[in-house]
Design a protein. Structure first.
Length: 124
């Protein structure tokens, strides 16, 4: 998301390229309804990296695969869309948006707790 904000603000572009409306920049990164995340950094990557199984590949290899997958996600222009999609579907396995299933579940619980606090008038 930070990369998207930087792109929209034009901070990384030369002045002659900033005349493009922000809406067209956002449209480039908007996924279609079939969850096709055009421009995803993982598009040409080995899917085994994103579904590391310690029992199948060994704990060290699985840890390496998870770190590598997260590195790929770190620079992805559609990372936030990918994460939101995985959280909406409650994806049980794999690396999506730079988070594994345990990290996504933690984030879901945190969001749920914050919503309860907001719905209760801020008193948690």
């Amino acid at each position: 998301m930070a990369q998207l904000r930087t792109l929209i603000s034009g901070a990384t572009r030369t002045p002659h390229l900033t005349a493009r409306p922000a809406a067209t920049v956002l449209a480039e990164y908007r996924p279609n309804p079939e969850s096709d995340l055009r421009g995803a950094a993982c598009a040409d990557s080995d899917t085994n990296l994103f579904y590391p199984d310690p029992e199948e590949m060994g704990p060290e290899t699985a840890e390496w695969a998870e770190r590598r997958a997260k590195m790929i996600c770190a620079g992805c222009p559609v990372k936030s869309f990918c994460l939101a999609d995985a959280m909406e579907r409650k994806e049980a396995h794999g690396i999506f948006g730079g988070l594994n299933e345990r990290e996504r579940n933690t984030l879901l619980r945190r969001v749920a707790r914050s919503r309860v606090g907001v719905n209760a008038g801020g008193a948690a």
